[in-house]
Design a protein around this ligand. Structure first.
Ligand SMILES: O=C(O)c1ccccc1N[C@@H]1O[C@H](COP(=O)(O)O)[C@@H](O)[C@H]1O
Length: 210
């Protein structure tokens, strides 16, 4: 299973988290976030990481030119669209970057909202389900109703996100069968400062399932 740890700001923490077993690291390119990092800061982290780690930039309602610039300057291998981007916009990003993984985050309010997944699945490589929060775009620590996702099979790979922690990950995975998981605030001391003990605990819990 893919494991993405998001909201990375510090190079030493990135390499430690990769060594612990993360397959992907996420960098928040949303200026209003307390976890925001510039392309220069991301590049400083990315150059320290092994090639097999996915380096994913998280954007929300950004202009396509800005995404283009940051992908190139930072050396990203993936783009996560976490705002209100339309399927057409996702398709434009996909066309601009054929060799970059495009992920669309859906902030799920209700069962009806899950129907959007089938539409977006046609235009992106990967979906990511996060919990809806009326004031914040992401990194909220709010969980989804996992039972609602027991039969979720969108026809494209997908990540489960939203309020996952070392304490609740096994319960979540007993109900849901995603291709990957994505954690941010659940493995933090404060926004952008990751708690390596919690990350280690996460991988220990995941290891206990095998
Ligand atoms: O983390 C942020 O600050 C953020 C800001 C804007 C868009 C997305 C953001 N983070 C994403 O939120 C989810 C879940 O986070 P959490 O585990 O509930 O804290 C994750 O996909 C992050 O990429």
């Amino acid at each position: 299973m893919r494991v993405k740890i998001c909201g990375i700001t510090q190079p030493q923490q990135a390499t430690a988290i990769a060594s612990l077993g993360a397959t992907a690291l996420g960098f928040i390119c949303v200026p209003s976030s307390p976890r925001y990092v510039t392309a220069t800061q991301i590049r400083a982290v990315v150059t320290q990481l092994p090639d097999n780690i996915d380096k994913i930039g998280v954007f929300a309602n950004a202009h396509i030119q800005e995404i283009n610039q940051i992908v190139q300057d930072a050396g990203l291998t993936g783009v996560q669209l976490h705002g209100d981007e339309s399927p057409e916009f996702c398709y434009q990003v996909r066309k601009n970057f054929p060799s970059v993984e495009i992920l669309k985050a859906l902030r799920i309010r209700s069962l009806d909202h899950l129907e959007l997944a089938a539409i977006y699945a046609q235009y992106v490589d990967t979906l990511l389900l996060d919990a809806y929060h009326p004031q914040q775009l992401g990194g909220t620590g709010k969980t989804l109703d996992w039972a609602m996702l027991e039969k979720f099979h969108p026809g494209t790979p997908w990540f489960l996100a939203g309020g996952l922690t070392p304490a609740n990950i096994l319960e979540a995975l007993s109900l849901v069968n995603p291709d990957g998981i994505d954690l941010s605030s659940g493995v933090e001391i404060q926004p952008g400062n990751k708690d390596l003990n919690k990350v280690a605990e996460l991988f220990q819990k995941l290891g206990s399932r095998e």
